[in-house]
Each structure stands twice: as structure tokens, then as C-alpha cells.
Design a protein around this ligand. Structure first.
Ligand code: PBG
Length: 308
């Protein structure tokens, strides 16, 4: 009877698995603050991606960790940069049956760890960064990404990327806009995951956790600029924002169940303080219930197996 009247579904195809691939690794490297998640080698990425697809996940979101970083994030736009190489690997391995997504942001590639290039005063230069995002988007589209995920919260990023893609003939490459991305302490473990060089914070470009109305403004701008899906991030402390986004969005709404949310549950479960599987399924259900059509989660492949 409970199943008959259940109002919310979580299906494997609604889950997207974020994955990390590092340049020059000989073995996958565990990320201590994210038990069970690793920085992949090119080979282990191929294998793990194939397994995730077999488990039924709807998509993969790729992050790259380069061997060398510089002020402008050169490795992000180089065709032989790790993220672009890995996209080619996966596109060759998986073809068109799995939606392949890439993080379109410079922070993994810059030596200062910010999501954009800096001006003379050390602040992030919004408009100079847009140019770099356009170049990065083209490199990712050439490498075979189906969806690009601009996550840097620069004003105008969706429009600039859409125009660059269209002008180069990549009219079918879609944009998953990180529209409402909050300056969150829950990104902590991600910093370890990508060996981030960041000092300070991202408060000049990510949103204040106190502001729900601002999220709706950001979403409206991204929709007008051509976003094919929008995202709220993090998920659990922002379920109200997901709900509000789902009420105004004319495109699918994604939510990112981020590294710190993952780490809290893995930590508590490892201590026997919560039932791991039940907690994970409750979290995924709550994000869907709030109104997210798609959920990015480091549990995507494992949860898909349970849900199948
Ligand atoms: C930026 C980016 C971040 C995450 C995804 N894309 C880090 C940040 O904005 O500080 C965080 C994801 C997570 O914490 O799981 N490229």
C-alpha cells in the first residue's frame, strides 16, 4: 500500500555521477575526506564509468586535476589537458548512450584556485574570465562532452558559452547551468578532491546562503541566456531553493548533493551512528521531493544498483 501511494520516485536515470580524473597518476588515489571516492587514472576512470553506466546512471560529470597549474588555467583549454583527454576516452568508450558532462570552470586549473582569472588587485575579473570559459567550452565540445556545466558563477557565462558553441557549429551541445550556487562550507572535501590551491573564499562570485530571492534572479538570467537545465547547489541546506526553482523553471532542475554532504553521512555511517543505505536513500528522496528532476551525487552508481 505504501508503494501504491508513494508520491516521489528516485530512478537510476535521474542520478548523475561526478568523477575525478588526475593527470599522471599510476594508481587511483583515495580522497581521504570522501571515503569510497578516488582521483582516477585514465584507465580506472574508463572502467568505473563503464560500471556506473551498467548500473543505470543517467549521466557522468567529469572533473580534471592537471599536473601543472598557472594563472589562467591553460590546461583547461588545451586539447591535451587531462579533462579534455578523459572526455575523449569516455566518449570513445561509451558512445552516445550515456550523457557525458564536464565541469566548465577554471578553479581546478589555476594556481590561485579561483574560478576565474584575476585582475591587478587580485580580485576575480568577471569579463576576462568569460573569454576563458568560451575557450574551455569549445575544447570540451571538441572532446565530445554532451553537456557543459559552467560552475564558476560569473555573470553572463551561459550566454557567452552558448554563443561560442553555436558560432563553432556545436548547436547540439547543451548547457547545465550552475545557476544558484552558494558560497558553502560544505565544499570542504572537494578542495581535497581536486588538490585545490585556493586561499580565501569565493564570496565575490558565489551566493550568500541567506539569499533565496537572489537564486531566482540568477535562474531567470540563465534561462534567458539559453540554459538547457539549471542547478541548485548544495542540495540539503537549500531544499527550499530547489523547491522555489522547480516552480519557476521552464527547463529541468538539477541539484548537487555535494562533497561535504557525502562526507557527513559516510562519517556518521562509518561510526555506526546512522544506517548508511537508508540515510542515503532518504537524502536522495528528499532532494527529488523538493523538486529536483536530476541529482548529482557521489552515490549515483551504488544507489542505482539498490534502486534497480
Ligand atoms: C567549481 C566546483 C566546486 C564544486 C563543483 N564545481 C567547488 C567550489 O565551487 O568551491 C564542489 C562540488 C562538491 O563539493 O562536491 N569547479
Amino acid at each position: 500500500m505504501r508503494r501504491l501511494v508513494s508520491e516521489t520516485t528516485v530512478r537510476p536515470r535521474q542520478l548523475i555521477l561526478p568523477m575525478f580524473v588526475a593527470e599522471g597518476l599510476s594508481e587511483p588515489r583515495p580522497i581521504e575526506s570522501m571515503p569510497g571516492v578516488v582521483q582516477h587514472t585514465r584507465d580506472s576512470l574508463r572502467k568505473a564509468a563503464t560500471e556506473a553506466v551498467a548500473a543505470g546512471v543517467g549521466g557522468l560529470m567529469l572533473f580534471g586535476i592537471p599536473a601543472t597549474r598557472d594563472a589562467t588555467g591553460s590546461a583547461a583549454t588545451a586539447d591535451d589537458g587531462i579533462l579534455n583527454v578523459a572526455l575523449r576516452d569516455l566518449r570513445a568508450e561509451l558512445g552516445d548512450d550515456t550523457v557525458l558532462m564536464a565541469d566548465t570552470c577554471l578553479d581546478e586549473f589555476t594556481d590561485h584556485g579561483h574560478c576565474g582569472v584575476l585582475d591587478a588587485d587580485g580580485g576575480v575579473d568577471n569579463d576576462a574570465t568569460l573569454q576563458r570559459y568560451a575557450e574551455m567550452a569549445l575544447a570540451q565540445a571538441r572532446a565530445g562532452a554532451h553537456w557543459l556545466g559552467p560552475s564558476g558563477m560569473m555573470d553572463g557565462q551561459v550566454g557567452v558559452i552558448r554563443r561560442a558553441l553555436d558560432d563553432a557549429g556545436f548547436t547540439d551541445t547543451a548547457i547545465l547551468a550552475y545557476s544558484a550556487k552558494y558560497a558553502s562550507a560544505f565544499y570542504g572535501p572537494f578542495r581535497e578532491a581536486v588538490d585545490s590551491q585556493l586561499q580565501g573564499d569565493r564570496n565575490t562570485y558565489q551566493q550568500d546562503p541567506a539569499n533565496p530571492r537572489e537564486a531566482l534572479h540568477e535562474i531567470e538570467l540563465d534561462l534567458a541566456e539559453g540554459a538547457d537545465a539549471i542547478m541548485v547547489k548544495p542540495a540539503l541546506s537549500y531544499l527550499d531553493v530547489i523547491r522555489a526553482a522547480s516552480e519557476i523553471s521552464s527547463v529541468p532542475v538539477a541539484a548537487y548533493n555535494i562533497s561535504g554532504e557525502y562526507a557527513m553521512i559516510e562519517g556518521a555511517a562509518a561510526n555506526g551512528w546512522v544506517d548508511r543505505e537508508r540515510t542515503i536513500l532518504e537524502v536522495l528522496t528528499s532532494i527529488r521531493r523538493a523538486g529536483a528532476d536530476l541529482v548529482l551525487t557521489y552515490w549515483a552508481a551504488e544507489a542505482a544498483g539498490w534502486l534497480d
